[in-house]
Design a binder for this molecule. Structure first.
Ligand SMILES: [Zn+2]
Length: 348
């Protein structure tokens, strides 16, 4: 390896500056230069905004790029660092994982300096950018196989104060859905590393995977709402309209809320995201395609729930997720880390 990861400019300079985060070359790939924007207006919150962690989720890089255009006029204090594309090889290939080594950047943190290219990207971000922020907005979308409402997402956090702070920040986006998502495949996530350092980390998710102007407008206004809540910009909070609705709700989902396909075939959704379903309501139908004589299989809600994600495309394998259900977040839940979220929580 010829050099250590580094920034090509001093982000501590007052005012606006731009440059690159250099991820050194390795045996598998030449050095990468990730464009970085910094706007330093002195005392105040320190925010890092990242996009393009997964290469087939392009709303994030677009919204990050738009922020670079209007933030210099709007930001009144603090420091914002923006990296629109964390994983350039994946974005260029429109692929979730890095094509060079096949790895998922969001499972590689804190990375390795002597690892493959995805591990080197994670290492450079962990060492050089993460220490510069107290709050992180990581802009994702749900990918091309799902319908999912614009949402700010976090996971249960053992530290009750950090959990309360994180949910409050997530709700400040005013997205149609704030989701506390409990699942097991978390080692190596950017969230987990940042939260272990006491930082507030919000993952923004937009469904669909097809870039459209309506979703982008919701995404951008959500990020703007969060910047207002942090006190970095002034302005009026907007409640975006999503499919004729102007409401937002805070939900939680558990591993048992993932509905899986009982067989390989084509999944036909029979409900939409944010629909309320009762026990036994039809969620969708699985059509096996090997034999036309095989019966189609109904997939029904196991309990009263709200549909927060539904498979909208592609053939599914047996045991692959086809729907994700949720319920309103129980703020007095005694599960670890949730007891601070009582009903007196300021939701503004
Ligand atoms: Zn993603």
């Amino acid at each position: 390896m010829s050099e250590a990861p580094h920034l090509t400019f001093d982000v501590n300079m007052p005012g606006m500056s731009t440059g690159h985060l250099v991820v050194p070359e390795g045996a598998d790939c030449e050095a990468l230069s990730l464009p970085v924007f910094s706007l330093n207006k002195g005392e105040g919150p320190r925010l890092l905004i990242t996009g393009g962690c997964h290469g087939n989720e392009l709303e994030g890089p677009i919204v990050a790029r738009r922020l670079v255009d209007w933030l210099p006029e709007a930001q009144t204090c603090g420091r914002v660092i923006i990296v629109p594309v964390l994983n350039p090889p994946a974005v260029q290939a429109w692929s979730r994982n890095t094509p060079v080594d096949g790895l998922n950047l969001n499972r590689m943190f804190p990375g390795r300096a002597d690892g493959s290219v995805t591990e080197r990207i994670a290492d450079a971000i962990s060492r050089l950018l993460l220490p510069m922020a107290d709050t992180i907005f990581d802009l994702h979308s749900f990918g091309p196989k799902w319908d999912f409402p614009p949402a700010s997402v976090t996971h249960p956090i053992a530290d009750a104060d950090l959990m309360a702070q994180t949910v409050r920040m997530a709700e400040a986006f005013k997205f149609p859905m704030t989701l506390v998502w409990e699942y097991h495949d978390t080692p190596g996530m950017f969230d987990i590393l940042a939260q272990s350092q006491g930082k507030v980390f919000i993952c923004a998710e937009l469904g669909g995977g097809t870039v459209g102007s309506e979703a982008l407008a919701i995404y951008e206004s959500g990020v703007r709402n969060a910047l207002i809540a942090l006190g970095l910009v002034e302005g009026k909070v907007e409640h975006p309209t999503f499919r004729q609705q102007k409401s937002s709700q805070t939900l939680e989902t558990l591993p048992s809320d993932e509905l899986k396909s009982p067989a390989p075939g084509i999944f036909e959704p029979r409900c939409s995201v944010l629909d309320e379903v009762k026990h036994g309501d039809l969620i969708g139908i699985l059509h096996p395609m090997d034999w036309l004589s095989a019966s189609s299989i109904e997939i029904r809600a196991p309990i009263a729930s709200i549909v927060c994600g539904i498979r909208s495309g592609a053939h599914v394998d047996v045991n692959e997720e086809v729907a994700l259900l949720a319920r309103p977040l129980v703020r007095q839940s005694c599960r670890a880390g949730r007891h601070a979220l009582d009903d007196s929580l300021d939701r503004g």
